[in-house]
Ligand binder design. Structure first.
Ligand code: B1M
Length: 887
């Protein structure tokens, strides 16, 4: 059997895959803590027994036991120099187990590290790590590759590219989704599918994490868009912790029944993950026998993705607004920012556009005297953590586009490919390699064809070339080529005719760069809006516009209703409810938005809202702040956004905006509130590039460092935690917010020390050891506690985070510290506190223990025998003093 015959078989049968490897090795004696790959290699009989069991019970494909055999994982066991050897030998063993009855899939999985900008591993480094593993597996004779249990789409992309750039063998990719049908880094099943199949995966699917019941819905969601076969490999139910051991307790019979359900909703290959054995595989085989598989779809639809979102384009979907503002042409402040690599400004432009309704962001960084490829990469890295909107990479520089496409963690839209020699011969294959959609510009080396008919011929010629590289009509968007009506008035009609032809005859999506139409005429907004309405009437599916132009956005919303694209006018109603304007009232007047509801209580530092909605804002502390935030959502934020909407038409600089708003509308107290609010927002939005200047602005207005810390920064990071818990935020956003918090804290730290010194903190020099316990890397709160204790004269010995009990006790002995302070933020790590206290008792240490952290309670502190618990840093100081007094 080979891949071709397996594919043919897939037309008639659901393909049965193998079951678990790790949990089976454990059952057969593999001790905890060893390198599973090495153990399997040293126990070939065990491995052969497991895999032959799978083949006997019906598996047509078995996975090599090389799940963690990449350099980064193997290095943890000191085996980093044996990558190719281990992979090759394990692949050969699987080959032996498979015989002629099954194919061997070279198994690869996560490195355990995150790729830049979420983590510190570079994309190319990751690709190289996987290529090394691929070499070993190829040497061992695998038939295909499986990249499995991936939680980060960018890492999955790196592994997929590594295989595709190393050989022509098929490559399958399966992601692991959490309960809410998102991966740990926030990718949903459809987004994962579209990104991976566009990049060339031959099979896509899901494995691990949930039980088979939850996977039914994931497969159902993917199926309508899947051009490739779908794979499901669930665990034997949800993992449960019993006596400190993880167990999976779904019986083989029940598992088998779910296999039949998975096949019925569209899975083409089914096997088992953690907790499954040959018995489970036998049940899968029995239950899918005779089920006619649902074939893959011929189309996935016109879709582009970011790491966390898919935007569908065209028929049946909302009109797509592509924000035009990240383009330095005619924008001196953006030019300056790009030259100086001040990406906070680019981030700001992105966030504003998305807040104003952009679905996609155009990214153009081309200008004289700049390293365009390098800047494109930097800007993409900035934007992918700032917004969820997919990106349209816009450049005439092929290298910039290629580098951008390589590291972009989704399916991008390329702007643009024409019939010009360079574009068609060099750029088109690059776009095809990365599976990008592209804007087809009906232009030739001879220039712009003037009539719609001439442009149609160019569209057809470019499309003919694209088909050869696997493109379909759904993958292209034709640019109507908008010219200025001031110089050539017939051109608008030609563009409209081309859009009509694409929509009604050729059958593809269309786009216009709207503002070109009005160039050279006064009152450009009206021409832009009128042309947009006409083009939408001809079937236009998307436009590159300034989403901060209220006129254009209002007309877009209205046109969607009139064209029947906005069923029951739902989006229209919602939009105008949010904007707070009725149709036609498109003037934005700063004076309209009086800051009547905002009052800054300079003394208390806390804002108070007099609107009914925010009535209970003065509770203070975390909860108080939460209410304040709600108040802001209902009043001040909208005021600010509307004001900005008007002003931003012409204003580039954030500082200028703040100046204008401050001078024309807000009194001093409200200005302070606004500045402090921006500090809060910078943490929530994870603006780690921009937060320090924002903090400086707030300080310059006279807001005390402690107020900023207690009333804005801590509540902001707490709010981020709530968003994370509600699955509105994912790990990348959490990391960016933590980074922003860290930068702000670093800036405030010396000021907080000065503040404390001037408040007359007494020198006591009592030694306190502080640590975040083992397994826990949260240290923001612990650092604040350390700072506060130092401010009150304690000598703090900060051991950092993820610190084991032995180290803590050792340091206590060494330094003679009288108090040990432990911090833990997770329910899974707070149990470590008990270990430290028990070890201290065992060692006869006479120390007092204080504990704290979000997960910890007074009751828990009592249970584990701690001497005190503090809810916050102020409480920690009081507690430490009490413990000193108690001796
Ligand atoms: Co994570 N995280 N995080 N996280 N994170 C929490 C804690 C979580 C509650 C978020 C959520 O789901 N809502 C959740 C834990 C769930 C649980 O167990 N109940 C969680 C999770 C699940 C995770 C990961 C597992 C996510 C993942 O990878 N899937 C992962 C775990 C990594 C690990 O530790 N092994 C993870 C990672 C991260 C980041 C790295 C991204 C980042 C940490 C960066 C850093 O610290 N350098 C992060 C962050 C920022 C958070 C939240 C959003 C904020 C924590 C924080 O800084 N709060 C947090 C949600 C939340 O707490 N609302 C969350 C502000 C800080 C000032 O408060 O630390 O409570 P806090 O400290 C206070 C008091 O508690 C007290 O005083 C401080 C100042 O007032 N205090 C003490 C603290 N220590 C004290 C010690 C004392 C006395 C008082 O005596 C010694």
């Amino acid at each position: 059997m080979n891949w071709t015959t397996l594919k043919q078989l897939m037309n008639e049968k659901v393909i049965v895959l193998d079951g678990a490897m790790g949990t089976e090795l454990q059952k057969k004696g593999m001790p905890p803590g060893v390198c599973p790959e090495l153990w399997a290699l040293e126990h070939p009989d065990v491995l052969l027994d497991i895999q032959q069991g799978y083949v006997k019970t019906g598996a047509r494909v078995i996975y090599t036991a090389t799940f963690g055999a990449n350099r980064i994982k193997l290095e943890e066991f000191g085996l980093g120099d044996r990558v190719t050897e281990i992979n090759c030998r394990l692949a050969r063993l699987s080959r032996q187990a498979a015989g002629q009855h099954a194919l061997v899939a070279g198994d690869m999985s996560s490195t355990g590290r995150y790729i830049h900008p979420i983590g510190d591993l570079s994309f190319e480094e990751t690709v190289e790590v996987y290529k090394e593993q691929v070499r070993g597996l190829l040497e061992g004779g695998v038939d295909l590759f499986i990249i499995e249990t991936m939680t980060d789409i960018q890492e999955a992309r790196a592994a997929l590219l590594a295989v595709k750039e190393s050989c022509d063998l098929p490559v399958w990719v399966t992601m692991t989704f959490e309960e809410g049908e998102r991966t740990l880094t926030g990718t949903d099943p459809v987004t994962a599918l579209i990104t991976l199949q566009s990049l060339g995966a031959d099979v896509v699917g899901c494995n691990c994490s949930t039980g088979p019941d939850k996977m039914v819905s994931i497969i159902e969601h993917m199926k309508p868009y899947a051009k490739v076969p779908l794979l499901a490999k669930p665990n034997a139910g949800l993992p449960k912790l019993v006596n400190g051991m993880t167990v999976f307790d779904m019986e083989p019979e029940e598992f088998g029944r779910y296999a039949s359900l998975l096949a019925q909703v569209g899975a083409n290959l089914i096997g088992g993950c953690c907790g499954t054995s040959a018995e489970y595989v036998a049940e899968v085989a029995r239950n899918v026998e005779g089920i006619k598989p649902l074939p893959p779809s011929k189309h996935q639809g016109s879709a582009i993705t970011s790491a966390r979102k898919t935007v569908f384009i065209g028929a049946g979907n909302p009109f797509v607004v592509v924000g035009e503002r990240i383009n330095p042409t005619g924008k001196p402040s953006l030019q300056e920012a790009l030259k100086q690599k001040r990406y906070a400004y680019v981030r700001q432009l992105a966030v504003e556009q998305v807040e104003k309704g952009a679905d996609v962001l155009d990214v153009n960084v081309g200008m004289p005297g700049i390293d365009e490829p390098g800047t494109m990469v930097d800007v993409i890295d900035t934007l992918v953590t700032a917004v969820d909107a997919p990106l349209c990479l816009d450049s005439s520089n092929i290298e910039a586009l290629e580098r951008g496409l390589r590291i972009y963690p989704g399916r991008a839209l390329v702007n643009s490919i024409s019939l010009e020699k360079d574009k068609i011969e060099k750029l088109l294959p690059v776009a095809a390699k990365y599976g990008a959609m592209f804007i087809l510009l009906p232009l030739t080396d001879e220039g712009v064809p003037l009539t719609a008919q001439e442009r149609q011929r160019v569209v057809e010629k470019v499309f003919e070339r694209a088909v050869l590289l696997g493109y379909q009509k759904e993958d292209i968007v034709v640019d109507g080529l908008v010219m200025a009506v001031s110089s050539n008035q017939e051109q608008a009609v030609e563009t409209l005719n081309l859009i009509g032809w694409c929509s009604n005859s050729f059958g593809c999506n269309t786009i216009v760069g709207l503002s070109n139409v009005s160039f050279g005429l006064p009152e450009r907004g009206w021409l832009n809006a009128a042309f947009l309405a006409m083009a939408m009437g001809k079937g236009l599916t998307m436009a590159i516009v300034n989403p901060l132009s209220q006129t254009v956005m209002n007309v877009k919303m209205a046109s969607e209703v009139l064209l029947g694209r906005d069923v029951y006018s739902q989006r229209y109603i919602k939009y105008f409810r949010q904007v707070g304007r009725s149709q036609g009232e498109n003037r934005i007047e700063v004076q309209d938005d009086k800051p009547r509801s905002v009052e800054y209580n300079a003394e208390k530092g806390r804002s108070q809202y007099q609107d009914g909605a925010a009535g209970s804002a003065d509770k203070g502390g975390r909860d108080g702040r939460k209410n304040v935030k709600q108040g802001v959502d209902d009043s001040a934020t909208h005021i600010t956004e509307d004001v900005l909407g008007g002003i931003l038409k012409e204003t580039e600089s954030r500082a200028a905006i703040r100046d204008d708003v401050g001078k024309s509308t807000l009194n001093g107290a409200a200005e302070k509130e606004k500045a402090a609010q921006q500090v809060f927002d910078a943490v929530v939005k994870g603006d780690h590039h921009g937060i320090v200047p924002i903090v400086k602005d707030a300080l310059a207005l006279g807001i005390a460092p402690r107020i900023l810390m207690d009333e804005y920064l801590i509540p902001a990071i707490t709010h981020v935690g709530e968003l994370f818990e509600r699955k509105e935020y994912f790990l990348p956003q959490l990391l960016m917010s933590a980074e922003a918090m860290k930068k702000a804290f670093e800036h405030l730290e010396p000021l907080l020390q000065e503040e404390a010194a001037s408040a007359g903190a007494k020198e006591k020099k009592m030694k306190v050891i502080l640590a975040t316990v083992k397994g826990d890397i949260h240290d923001i709160g612990k650092n604040i506690v350390a700072l506060m204790l130092r401010n009150h004269g304690f000598e703090v010995i900060d051991l950092g985070k993820d610190v084991g009990a032995e180290t803590i006790i050792e340091k206590a002995k060494e330094t003679g510290a009288r108090i040990i302070g432990l911090s833990a933020l997770m329910t899974t790590t707070m149990v470590q506190m008990k270990e430290v206290i028990e070890l201290a008792k065992k060692e006869g240490l006479k120390c007092k223990f204080m504990v704290g952290g979000a997960a910890v309670t007074q009751q828990f502190a009592d249970e584990i025998g701690a001497d005190g618990y503090a809810e916050d840093a102020n409480g920690a100081v009081k507690l430490a003093k009490r413990l000193v007094e108690e001796g």
